[in-house]
Design a binder for this molecule. Structure first.
Ligand SMILES: [Zn+2]
Length: 338
């Protein structure tokens, strides 16, 4: 407040001064009835989501090499993410363990759970997997070699790392937790993760582990938002059927926010059943936190982006406008939650 405005009060219009004096000195002045619905206090403006920064975070992950659990590249990427999160003011809980994948092989697991304002009871959970597929089983060549995972792994984590950069400034509303899940993409090949197979439980091992052993006892959140494959050029997001089953109100809130921000063309008001499972399933089923999946539906494949689980899932697929549409929508939802 500028102090000079008070000093200049003698410059107020005379009629206003008279009116003020009259009000103050008249004990019988009729009282204004209290409004029936008091206006809610205004919320601080939502920070600007920086798509260049999100893009750089995707690039950085890819630069480590494929983030296959148990490899040095995976460890180095996770170390870097933990450092970023701590620099952004988060309290970081690293959940480590061992999981058995569909081959019977045991793999180290490292979920990263970053928390802002952990003392606040009301929470919002954001999540994405950061591991990448150890093989390119949907490719015609080099099927047994790991993929870059720029979109599948890199994009969701990149958007959340950019959102994380702003969370220390959030002094209102629920506290926010970001969960970077591990060993999401080590499921059984052939059709897997889509609807045409029955190997559902071999996917999302990190999220399953978290849901069964929450590192914060009794962990709960008001709702959750999962990001998976959100970075491809011209990505379009339909209401994903499992999300509609468990958390239709959260889908409605997010899709409405996207439309209000001008991303209505990308967030289509139509439900598609194309995801067999993803990290949101154990969070919904086991922890009973209503959680949605923002995941690209690709018209040409009737499921995921054509680069899915191929060597084409590299930085050439990633587009800043897609990262921005998703990131600014999620940041707005988080910021406007009372
Ligand atoms: Zn995948």
């Amino acid at each position: 407040m500028n102090r000079n405005r008070f000093l200049r009060s003698h410059q107020w219009p005379a009629c206003l001064l008279v009116a003020l004096a009259f009000t103050a000195c008249t004990p019988d002045a009729p009282e204004t009835p209290p409004p029936t619905t008091p206006a809610l206090p205004e919320l601080p403006p939502t920070p600007v989501f920086n798509a260049d920064s999100a893009y750089a975070f995707v690039q950085r992950q890819v630069d480590f090499g494929p983030r296959v659990p148990g490899t040095p590249a995976h460890t180095a990427c996770a170390d870097w993410m933990v450092a970023r999160l701590k620099a952004a003011g988060a309290e970081v809980i690293e959940q480590t363990g061992t999981v058995t994948v569909y081959t019977g092989q045991k793999l180290p697991l490292r979920n990263l759970f970053a928390r802002w304002a952990p003392d606040r009871k009301e929470r919002i959970l954001l999540l994405a997997h950061y591991d990448t597929r150890p093989m390119a089983d949907k490719d015609d060549e080099r099927k047994n070699q790991p993929i870059d995972g720029a979109n599948d792994g890199g994009s969701g984590a990149g958007v959340l790392l950019e959102i994380a950069r702003h969370l220390a400034a959030k002094e209102h509303g629920p506290g926010v937790d970001i969960l970077f899940t591990d060993v999401e993409d080590h499921g059984q090949p052939s059709g897997a993760m889509t609807l045409d197979d029955n190997s559902i439980d071999t996917w999302a091992l990190g999220a399953q582990y978290f849901a069964k052993n929450p590192p914060v006892p009794g962990y709960q959140a008001r709702f959750g938002i999962l990001l998976d494959m959100v970075g491809a050029k011209d990505a379009v997001f339909y209401r994903e059927a499992i999300s509609m089953q468990f958390a239709p109100a959260v889908v409605a809130k997010v899709w409405k926010t996207a439309a209000a921000l001008g991303h209505g063309e990308r967030f289509v008001q139509e439900t598609k059943y194309f995801v067999g499972t993803d990290d949101h399933v154990p969070i919904n089923r086991t922890l009973r936190i209503p959680t949605i999946d923002i995941i690209e539906y690709h018209e040409a494949t009737g499921a995921f982006h054509p680069s899915w689980h191929t060597h084409d899932d590299n930085m050439a697929v990633i587009d800043r406008a897609s990262l921005n549409a998703v990131g600014s929508t999620v940041l707005e939802v988080v910021w406007k939650e009372r």
